[in-house]
Design a protein around this ligand. Sequence first.
Ligand code: NAP
Length: 252
Amino acid sequence: MNQQATSEPGLFVVTGGSRGIGAAVACLAARHYHVVILYRSGTAEAQRVVERIQGEGGRATAIQADVGDEAAVLDAYRQIDELGSMQVLVNNAGITGAAGKVDAVSFDTVSDVFRVNVVGAFVAAREAVRRMSTAHGGRGGVIINISSGAAQLGSPNNWVHYAATKGAIDTMTIGLAKEVASEGIRVNAVRPGLIATDIQNNRSAEQLSRMVAAIPMGRMGEAEEIAETVLWLASPAASYVTGAILDARGGL
Ligand code: NAP
């Protein structure tokens, strides 16, 4: 079993935990773990998540770190090491970049989206493996990557660059899961569909209603519904699940 059986709750690290899906994951995880949220710029939002968790009797810490900046991630991990022993990483921080067709996308947009969504997830996962792998003296753990239904749909005409980062995340999930399966670490991904968070602010109302109409369940998902899926994957109930990519998108 991957989970630690100690009285001290293990650390549950969520990148991009200040808002949206990450904040929902952090709040739910705080029932069982000491939660550490990483965020880039939303200090007030991150503080609100921490205060909410503490108000409910949980333990939470917020650390400012741009996951697309290796030095910042390494510094965040140094702070995490002082808090305790890491048990779970949720690679959730993600951006879409500006919308546009591939024939118009800028070098900077593609670079930024890949740097945050892919390079950031790799660096955070590398540091987690170095701490949790039994081959490195750790006690095992769980990594959960937040992918997107876009990885399969391709998001033509708007966000092919974003969709491609999530395809990379799916592939990383499969490869890393096999690489560390014998080292006590399970690696899985969740592929959300259309979830009601701030990330939708870059879509027009018309675009959103067209997308909702295509969802078999006929509605957007809530961040809390993704959080439940993530917490199940993190739990001992999923002890034989690794390399899985779980669709949570209302049938889309
Ligand atoms: P969101 O509401 O926009 O929140 C994004 C979070 O990521 C914020 O906490 C933000 O912190 C953080 N973040 C962004 N860039 C960062 C960076 N460079 N370093 C550290 N933190 C950073 O987004 P969301 O909808 O919750 O999405 C979360 C994840 O789910 C993303 O990976 C996204 O691709 C994926 N997803 C979302 C949907 C959806 O429909 N919402 C669907 C499929 C997949 P700051 O505010 O401080 O920048």
